[in-house]
Write a protein that binds this ligand. Structure first.
Ligand SMILES: [Zn+2]
Length: 214
């Protein structure tokens, strides 16, 4: 009846793929063993120690940190931007810090970021306001970062055609800008001051898959 959404957009049978994934990642569980999960598998309790704010880009996620499933509480937004009026991310932070007691926040941008490239190529103004007004507003941060740091960006990477490197610099500046904004939230500020919460900025390279500190 109707369209099978699980198979509409891909040649992969998602349910079958999921079964294979469970067998691969949770062998003990999938064999009906009474022994909880595989030794390297996910924790059964929800006790993540890390909050991950990354870009919605499909080429990377929190697994780049090398932790197991269950260890990282994740929010992804376009260009890993935290807007001051983003109730959803703020609520996730409150929950992760005050209810779960996470120990660190990782803000992880990435190379070849579409949000960054749009602004670097001055294409934000070309976004049709009629249907992309929220995206236009969301990317305001990146435009401001580029405007405020243009001399630094062009001095550091003189070749105007090297969008990858210029974009990487902007992505780094963006990570720092988002950390600065997170630190203005009472819940984050208090946890840093009173509970020793750590905040780390990273950039993920979509070609090498390696991360580097910002
Ligand atoms: Zn991105």
């Amino acid at each position: 009846m109707g369209i099978d959404i699980l198979q509409t957009y891909s040649s992969t049978d998602i349910l079958l793929a999921n079964e294979k994934w469970v067998k691969r990642n949770f062998p003990l569980k999938s064999q009906n063993s009474t022994t909880s999960f595989a030794p390297f598998g996910a924790q059964t309790k929800h006790e993540p120690h890390t909050f991950f704010l990354g870009c919605s880009d499909a080429r990377y996620n929190e697994s780049c940190l090398g932790y197991n499933q269950g260890e990282v509480f994740t929010v992804k937004t376009i260009a890993n931007i935290f807007k001051e009026d983003d109730i959803s991310t703020a609520a996730a932070l409150e929950y992760a810090i005050d209810c779960v007691g996470i120990k660190q926040i990782v803000v992880c941008g990435h190379t070849d970021c579409g949000g960054v490239n749009t602004c670097l190529l001055k294409r934000r103004d070309l976004l049709p306001k009629a249907n992309l007004s929220k995206l236009y507003y969301h990317l305001e941060d990146i435009d401001r970062i580029i405007e405020n740091n243009w001399s630094y960006i062009t001095e550091t990477v003189k070749d105007e055609n090297n969008l990858l490197l210029r974009g990487k610099i902007i992505a780094k500046l963006n990570v720092l800008a988002q950390i600065e904004k997170l630190l203005k939230l009472d819940v984050v500020k208090n946890a840093v001051e009173l509970k020793g919460l750590k905040i780390l900025g990273l950039i993920y390279d979509v070609d090498t898959h390696l991360v580097e500190k910002v």
